[in-house]
Design a binder for this molecule. Structure first.
Ligand SMILES: Cc1cc2nc3c(=O)[nH]c(=O)nc-3n(C[C@H](O)[C@H](O)[C@H](O)COP(=O)(O)OP(=O)(O)OC[C@H]3O[C@@H](n4cnc5c(N)ncnc54)[C@H](O)[C@@H]3O)c2cc1C
Ligand code: SF4
Length: 330
């Protein structure tokens, strides 16, 4: 059995206290929310903070605001995945978020895991998500303690995968993330919160806290999310497809198509969106978008299933997502 290393557990009640604790501890401290990602990583010694600062006692992070019906919602980063998936207005107005949140891990982990933790999830790789002894036996990789990438040994960068289910949906919706740090608050479009780099995967600084997510007003657009994985009951995605469409009567005025779990960031594919703009999602437009998404989808051999089959499934899943949105419009 893997055991947690020793650490001090701090419980701030306000954001100000949390930021002060982080400033005091510097790189030796990590924020934690539900702990469903950080604690397994600590057991595997991928992260070894001496102080862990829990965000769960900060009430301001635990709310969903703007439930009046005519405004976009503001989701607190500390809202659990279960609260998110079961929220009345999320269920009625943001089906892509509901689908994504309720597909994450298991009911018990969804009661613990939070929106913020999901959006800041560490990137994943078969050579990294292993015990310390396993990683030591093959010699560590550059993401932690080593110098080489075992997936692409001649590569100067890490290709670990962004496996968050909610991140591609937030990028497709063009949600705005609210981040607070020592120099105040800033708002970042979801698409600019992620780097295509398995080690430096967030543009957020380590001493910044994601406090919430502003969703767009649900007027005239629709979105969905499809997830590929081995076991429907609890696996991480090996491919996620999030699609957002702004309708203008029967035709598509604007669109965003985002792939999850095939790169170190949620990968937007503008050419695929371009293929359906101006169409009524006829079969040939959908085929064009599926083909345009297939081309840049380049999964690496570091998660479940064969990479060429996962790439092929990009075409299938984009097609299915667009067909679903077309059926809903009829
Ligand atoms: C068996 C299993 C299956 C899983 N399946 C899936 C899956 O299918 N899909 C999926 O997306 N995830 C999955 N997960 C991962 C995880 O459970 C979820 O992503 C969850 O939402 C993480 O949230 P958390 O609050 O527990 O994160 P934590 O573990 O608390 O934190 C994760 C990271 O985010 C940082 N962080 C947390 N909150 C904030 C904040 N507000 N501001 C700044 N930094 C913050 C932490 O410092 C840490 O680095 C799975 C995990 C397990 C163990
Ligand atoms: S992609 Fe390479 S460097 Fe990154 S975690 Fe995997 S083996 Fe390590």
């Amino acid at each position: 059995m893997l055991r947690l290393p020793g650490f001090a557990y701090l419980q701030p009640k306000t954001l100000k206290q949390a930021l002060a604790m982080k400033a005091d501890a510097g790189p030796d401290a990590a924020f934690v929310a539900g702990g469903t990602d950080l604690y397994p990583n600590m057991k595997r010694r991928q992260q070894t903070p001496e102080r862990v600062i829990s965000l769960m006692g900060i009430k301001a992070l635990r709310r969903i605001r703007g439930d009046s019906g005519d405004s976009g919602l503001v989701l607190g980063a500390g809202v659990t995945l279960s609260e998110l998936a079961n929220h009345r207005r999320i269920r009625s107005a943001y089906p892509a978020i509901r689908l994504s949140a309720q597909s994450i891990s298991t009911p018990i982990l969804r009661n613990m895991g939070t929106l913020g933790g999901n959006l800041c999830l560490d990137t994943r790789c078969n050579y990294y998500d292993q015990s310390y002894e396993w990683r030591k036996a093959i010699d560590f990789c550059m993401k932690k303690d080593g110098k080489i990438c075992w997936v692409a040994p001649s590569s100067p960068r890490c290709w670990a995968v962004n496996s968050s289910d909610l991140a591609p949906v937030m990028v497709a919706l063009d949600a705005q993330y609210v981040v607070v740090g020592p120099s105040g608050e800033r708002v970042v479009p979801a698409g600019r919160f992620y780097h295509n780099d398995g080690i430096n995967y967030l543009t957020k600084q380590p001493d910044e806290i994601l406090t919430g997510v502003r969703l767009p007003v649900p007027n005239g657009w629709d979105a969905t999310y499809l997830k590929l994985r081995r076991r429907g009951s609890f696996d991480f995605p090996v491919l996620g497809v999030a699609v957002w469409i702004q309708w203008d009567g029967a035709t598509v005025r604007a669109a965003r198509i985002v792939l999850g779990a095939v790169a170190s960031y949620p990968q937007e594919v503008p050419d695929a969106a371009q293929a359906i703009i101006g169409s009524a999602l006829e079969d040939d437009a959908i085929e064009g978008a599926a083909q345009a998404a297939f081309k840049p989808s380049k999964p690496m051999d570091n998660t479940d299933f064969g990479l060429s089959w996962r790439k092929e499934m990009t075409r299938t899943f984009v097609k299915r997502a667009l067909q679903e949105l077309r059926e809903r419009r009829r």
